[in-house]
Design a protein around this ligand. Structure first.
Ligand code: SAM
Length: 192
């Protein structure tokens, strides 16, 4: 009897909860759940190929959002083990749906700072300026030396860029590092 009233109210309630959840997790991480574009994903893939990524490599996508980069990576490297970690529930569940038929993708909901990445053979990320210094320290602690790291749009300060690609413009530029990619004293001084 009240169906015609209850249905729109339920839909509004669900939409509000979803919206609030996105806003709340963005406030916690300082990173909005934006998706990388196809051209940006292609740049990340080209840099990983340039780094000589092994066919069956373990690749961590830190902050995998709605799954755009995970999907692109899984298609480009069908034998690799693509592991996405996403803290925000709504993007996480959407990415789970998107990748449900992709056997080389595994997704985990949680904070990537709580993960052990010592088995990573490559890492990708697309975050914001603010978390980059904390992420750099975390990668210093957890990655094996020489692990390729590709960061989209936001680059690491004071780290040596091995290669970069800018197919979708400077804002979406991707940079490849061989972690920890520390600059020499002379290089650091010339950047100041
Ligand atoms: C700009 S989006 C990028 C999404 C995806 N990588 C892509 O390229 O399409 C960044 C994502 O990182 C997530 N994120 C930020 N900090 C995180 C953390 N500490 N742990 C897990 N996810 C995080 C955000 O929730 C957001 O969805």
């Amino acid at each position: 009897m009240f169906g015609h009233v209850l249905l729109p109210i339920a839909a509004l309630l669900i939409a509000s909860v979803c919206g609030l959840s996105i806003v709340a997790f963005q406030a916690i991480t300082g990173v909005p759940p934006l998706s990388s574009k196809v051209a940006e994903g292609a740049d990340v893939i080209a840099l990983l190929k340039q780094a000589g990524l092994a066919q069956q490599a373990v690749v961590y996508e830190l902050g995998s959002g709605w799954g755009s980069l995970v999907v692109a990576l899984a298609r480009a490297f069908p034998e690799a083990d693509i592991r996405g970690i996403e803290i925000s529930p709504l993007p996480y569940w959407v990415s789970r749906m998107r990748t449900r038929n992709m056997p080389n993708v595994s997704l985990r909901r949680g904070n990537f700072y709580d993960s052990d990445l010592s088995d990573a053979q490559a890492v990708t990320c697309y975050l914001m300026i603010k978390p980059m210094p904390k992420l750099a320290s975390f990668l210093d602690r957890t990655l094996m030396p020489g692990t390729p790291v590709v960061s989209l749009s936001f680059w690491f300060r004071d780290r040596d860029v091995a290669a970069s690609r800018t197919s979708s413009g400077l804002l979406g530029a991707a940079a490849l590092y061989y972690w920890p990619a520390r600059k020499t004293e002379a290089e650091s001084r010339s950047c100041r």
